[in-house]
Design a protein around this ligand. Sequence first.
Ligand code: GTP
Ligand code: MG
Length: 206
Amino acid sequence: NPLNGARFVLAAHDITQLPYDQGAEVAFAGRSNAGKSSALNALTGHNALARTSKTPGRTQLMVVFDLPPLKPDDGAAPLDARLVDLPGYGYAKVPEAMRAHWRGEIDAYLRMRRSLRGIVLIVDIRHELKDFDRTMLEFCAATELPCHVLMTKADKVSRGQAGKALDVLRRDFRQQGVQGTAQVFSSLAKTGVDEARAKIVALLHT
Ligand code: GTP
Ligand code: MG
């Protein structure tokens, strides 16, 4: 598991503080409390790589993790690889000025970051897509940025309900013309971890 070698690099207040824009990175996005940091920990096999919390809106920084360099198949020079935990959006108690700041920064990041290979969108499997999730999916469609949705906290629902939620989301994708992919996930039960890792590694190699 190449994600196993993830190491914290820095936490950025704005995109100018990010590492030099070369190599390949995949960013984790989602509403506050959806389970982004927990998913990052499950995928990297670290218990506390990304800080998780019961208080939504905790991660108001872009947190960057380095991965071991990627070795291209054609024998070319290894590429730097990174994962980025984006600040959770949609949390009412975050001051409006802070939310406006992050809307701008995330928008600029998605539009300008050349090393960005794809988005992992974390949604709670128990809830419908919210406006912000839809905005993110529309953005990915508009910019042809691949988006993979992890429907997390699947341990909170039955297997049948999880399958149904996945079907609903995929049908929604088809109706909206979204090119995204989706899977069931649980950081707690470690459901779908291998599938998600394989997807992320494939994105980093594109
Ligand atoms: P912010 O950074 O605050 O926006 O939140 P986040 O999206 O990083 O969520 P985080 O990973 O901190 O998880 C939020 C809460 O959901 C915590 O109480 C976690 O323990 C819980 N949680 C996350 N993933 C799962 C999961 O797969 N199953 C269950 N049952 N709980 C989860
Ligand atoms: Mg977090």
